[in-house]
Design a protein around this ligand. Structure first.
Ligand code: LHQ
Length: 259
């Protein structure tokens, strides 16, 4: 627990809440540090099998705190990205547990990028994504140029990044930027239901799947096929695979342990 960030663990699901609602959860250095630390800590917590990332109040995250940028001691932008933002994005991708962005209200600038870097995105009806970088004379960062074309294709990514109109939740659903839109007051309930389903999976297989999907985006078919074969060799040797087979045979739900 840090000012501006809450982490609540309930059973196999951890919820990270950006908690600075008075500034729409804009990201300050302490929040960025706390977010990175929370992700790295949860990554090695074997009891945690899925993570929800959301924002307190009426926004998911308004991106970089713009007042902080005007302080005389603010780090240069490239340094801030290398030292603060990029490690958050890499931590999201490196951890084995899937991270579900539960996007409430606005996700702007680096706040949108962080949502793009999550494994799943569900949106409240009032969610909107704003690629706010251009409006303040900056370029998309924190992985936006990498994730966006993969999520929505080059043509839509170009429109989002170059025109910069806000994207409503329904539009985000239509173009595949989020996988579902739910009523505002049901967002966390739906996110938890999704997290519980993810958490019910065999943790090793889930983590291997997450990594394979990432690599699949950048490798050729032969490499993907060979990669799947290797991973299946590993998953197939796990106790959880044996448990999955036994559960099927015995017509019961599997009890996966991560072994
Ligand atoms: C904020 C912010 C904010 C501080 C709302 N900062 N206070 C850049 C640099 C470094 C490295 C990494 O990457 C980046 C990339 C970025 O993230 S650049 C993009 C930064 N974000 C933005 O440009 C969005 C700025 N905010 C807005 O345009 C509006 O606030 C939105 C459209 C998000 C919401 O508008 P409204 O619903 O009308 O709310 P509001 O503007 O009245 O905001 C409420 C409060 O939150 C307000 O404070 P106040 O004391 O006046 O009540 C805002 O100043 C504060 N706030 N965003 N990024």
């Amino acid at each position: 627990m840090t000012d501006g960030l809450r982490v609540d663990v309930d059973g196999p699901v951890a919820t990270i809440t950006l908690d600075r609602p008075e500034a729409l959860n804009a990201l300050t250095v302490p929040i960025k540090v706390a977010l990175r630390e929370a992700l790295e800590r949860l990554a090695v917590d074997r009891a945690v099998r899925a993570v929800i990332l959301t924002g307190a109040g009426r926004a998911f995250c308004a991106g970089q705190d713009l007042a902080e940028r005007e302080r005389p001691d603010a780090a240069p932008l490239d340094v801030e990205l290398r030292e603060r933002y990029n490690p958050i994005i890499l931590a999201l991708r490196a951890m084995g547990q899937p991270v579900i962005a539960a996007v409430n209200g606005v996700a702007a600038g680096a706040g949108a990028s962080i949502a793009f870097a999550c494994d799943l995105r569900i949106a409240a009806e009032d969610a909107r994504f704003v690629l706010a970088f251009g409006r303040i004379g900056l370029v998309p960062d924190s992985g936006a140029t990498w994730f966006l074309p993969r999520l929505v294709g080059q043509a839509r990514a170009a429109e989002l990044a170059l025109v910069g109109d806000p994207i409503t939740a329904q539009e985000a659903l239509r173009i595949g930027l989020v996988s579902r839109v739910v009523p505002n007051d049901e967002l966390l309930i739906e996110a938890r239901a999704l997290a519980d389903k993810v958490a019910a999976g065999a943790p090793m297989a889930v983590a291997l799947t997450k990594g394979a999907l990432d690599r699949g985006a950048t490798i050729d078919l032969e490499a993907a096929l060979e990669g799947e074969a290797k991973l299946q060799g590993i998953a197939g040797a796990s106790a959880d695979h044996a448990e999955g087979l036994a559960a099927f045979r015995e017509k019961r739900a599997p009890r996966f342990t991560g072994q």
